[in-house]
Design a protein around this ligand. Structure first.
Ligand code: 3MF
Ligand code: MG
Length: 345
């Protein structure tokens, strides 16, 4: 029996539908309501930003943060849920307008490292040893605005400071090539794992691949996953979809690029990903047109498509693959896969 996949999403994946050109179109769903959605939709875990766990975290002292994190942990337990990952939200504070770990201002860089350490402390309360770094504002709008060589050294300093803060914490870097920045300093998993390799404890620095982020970098998400898997460094995935090179869309998994989705599931199956203990997260967004009562369908649909693709991968005739490869007949391999996906023969 292959290991069962475990699924997660984050509180931000149930959202109000605002975009850069228009306001919210759905009422805010209280956390107590969101909490009930997880099990109902067949999910096992929650991914959190630090301030999803402790709102207005900057206004609170540690004893209160500790108390609120403990309460959150209890409410998860009462639902039979666990925390998949935590992440310091380093991109909303006014101090990080010019970047967090790579700000030109030393005080702001220190603030960012302190916030990341606090996120680790919160993560420990939540019984979670993976902290995700989405390096949102580590990059530039104007290439000359920062010294990139210094920026890379500062990123390394930040990662090392986090590793030193807690001997058990693991850091999963979530690369993204652009948005909100014009160019990000860690645009791909290659950059992330190179940073890992020069850190003080490479075994504790890995990656998280998001489908849309790989596509925005012009790369194939399944190959990005394979690169990390080959180094035992794929610690989570944010499955979603993306229609070409435009803004980050976070569409339902498989909804734009079915074959690309099939290949992601295939590579996870080949690696027996579920048995590594890592989970499948869907970082997807409801369409702005979705009515409030339909605003979690993208999560249920993504999970459904994922599980259908698991069946498709498992039911594909391995002999066809073997023969086509032996015969170097990749046209035959391709049509066999397409017919399998379409359910025609
Ligand atoms: C942005 C993202 C983020 C990260 C999240 C990590 C808001 O494109 O994908 O989602 O996944 O912040 O914790
Ligand atoms: Mg993401």
């Amino acid at each position: 029996m292959p290991a069962q996949y475990k699924f997660s999403f984050g509180p931000w994946n149930i959202s109000e539908g605002n975009d850069p050109f228009g306001p919210t179109v759905r009422p805010t769903v209280a956390w107590s309501e969101k909490l009930k959605v997880f099990k109902r939709l067949g999910f096992d875990a929650v991914m959190f930003h630090d301030d999803d766990i402790v709102p207005q975290i900057e206004e609170k002292a540690w004893p209160q943060i500790e108390r609120e994190a403990n309460e959150m942990k209890k409410s998860l337990e009462s639902e039979g849920l666990v925390t998949e990952v935590t992440a310091p939200r380093l991109w909303e504070d006014p101090r990080t307008i010019d970047g967090a770990f790579t700000s030109n201002d030393a005080k702001e860089r220190k603030w960012a490292i302190d916030r990341a350490k606090r996120c680790i402390d919160i993560s420990n309360i939540m019984n979670c040893n993976i902290v995700v770094l989405w390096l949102a504002r580590e990059g530039t709008y104007a290439r000359e605005a920062k010294r990139a060589i210094d920026a890379h050294k500062w990123l390394l300093d930040a990662v090392n400071a986090m590793l030193a803060h807690d001997p058990k914490i693991r850091i999963a870097i979530e690369p993204k090539p652009n948005e909100p920045m014009d160019h990000a300093y860690i645009p791909t998993i290659g950059h992330a794992l190179a940073l890992s390799a020069i850190s003080n404890d490479p075994k504790r620095v890995g990656g998280l691949i998001e489908t849309a982020h790989s596509l925005l970098a012009g790369l194939d998400p399944s190959d990005d996953m394979a690169f990390a898997l080959a180094q035992n460094k794929l610690w989570s995935v944010h499955l979603n979809d993306q229609n070409g090179l435009k803004y980050d869309q976070d569409k339902s998994f498989g909804s734009a690029n079915l074959r690309v989705a099939w290949n992601q599931v295939r590579v996870l199956e080949q690696a027996n990903y579920a048995s590594t203990g890592a989970m499948v997260a869907f970082d997807t967004k409801a369409m702005r047109t979705s009515k409030p009562e339909h605003a979690t369908r993208h999560l249920a649909n993504s999970r459904k498509i994922f599980l259908h693709l698991v069946d498709k991968v498992r039911s594909f005739d391995a002999n066809i693959e073997k023969q086509c490869i032996a015969n170097r007949d990749y046209e035959a391999l391709e049509i066999a896969i397409m017919e399998h996906l379409m359910g025609v023969k």
